[in-house]
Design a protein around this ligand. Structure first.
Ligand code: IPE
Ligand code: IPE
Ligand code: MG
Length: 249
């Protein structure tokens, strides 16, 4: 039983048997949330991190197996030094909290993206958190940090070319499966549902390969205002879409 309220305040129900296994979220709108309150950007990112805590718990309660969230893109380095430092400090705090409570949680945390340009202490926190949660059997939380879909594909193609050069594959053997093994999302099913908050209707270099057939849901609310009920509404929209994958019903 997963009740929620629609926009007319009517109580609705989700189909428990049709919850997406993998939901991806572009958590956008932290900056505007802060501006509306005349607060510094960092306050918006902090509220965004709190929203992530709530939404991951909601996803766990719904039985979602994979939640992938876009936290920092390869393009976000274009922002001011002050804003980037604010985000990185919040990230340190977030990872520290997670490491401390990892024992009592059943979430497996996995980072996608290229973490090498991040500060060394953050890289160490990431390695520690992934190690501590590696055997967890609950939801998989994939956090995209310094992630870009094009960068991910380029890194994968680089590794694949290396494998070809070493004779581990012939070029004609390379199909979708072979490439996917080198993506950051290897062995993770593609998201059935992609949600973006803040009213922007674009992908901004997120999961370019993986969302080929995802249902897209664009939500007006800013990310810090996004609630469990909003997540359920998005899943409800998903459940009422007809997925054809290029075929016919
Ligand atoms: C998303 O919120 C978080 C990051 C990109 C780190 P934004 O900071 O992009 O929020 P807006 O788009 O400026 O409102
Ligand atoms: C996408 O949001 C990246 C994250 C949410 C981390 P942006 O705010 O960076 O995207 P654009 O610039 O509006 O396309
Ligand atoms: Mg934005």
């Amino acid at each position: 039983m997963f009740p929620f309220f629609n926009n007319n305040k009517e109580q609705m129900e989700l189909d428990e048997k049709n919850i997406p296994k993998h939901i991806a979220i572009i958590m956008d709108g932290n900056g505007r949330w802060a501006s509306k309150r005349a607060l510094p950007k960092k306050a918006g990112h902090k509220a965004g991190a709190q929203a992530l805590e709530k939404i991951s718990q909601a996803a766990i309660d719904l039985g979602v197996q994979h939640l992938t969230v876009y936290a920092f893109s390869t393009e976000n380095w274009k922002r001011s030094e002050e804003e980037i430092k604010g985000i990185m400090d919040l990230l340190r705090e977030y990872l520290k909290n997670y490491i401390e409570r990892a024992k009592n949680d059943n979430v497996r945390v996995h980072i996608i993206g290229n973490i090498l340009p991040l500060d060394k202490d953050i890289q160490q926190q990431i390695i520690e958190l992934e190690r501590l949660t590696n055997e967890k059997t609950g939801m998989n939380l994939h956090i995209a940090l310094n992630y870009g879909g094009r960068d991910e594909l380029l890194r994968a193609i680089g590794k694949l070319s290396q494998a070809v050069a070493e004779g581990r594959y012939a070029p004609e053997e390379i199909g979708e499966k072979e490439l996917e093994q080198y993506l950051d999302t290897a062995n993770i099913p593609d998201p059935e549902l992609l949600i973006r908050t803040s009213g922007e209707q674009r992908i901004s270099n997120f999961l370019l390969w993986q969302i080929a057939y995802s249902e897209l849901c664009f939500v007006e609310k800013l990310w810090p205002d996004f609630t469990e009920n909003d997540l359920k509404q998005a899943i409800y929209h998903y459940q009422n879409r007809e997925r054809r994958f290029g075929g016919r019903k």
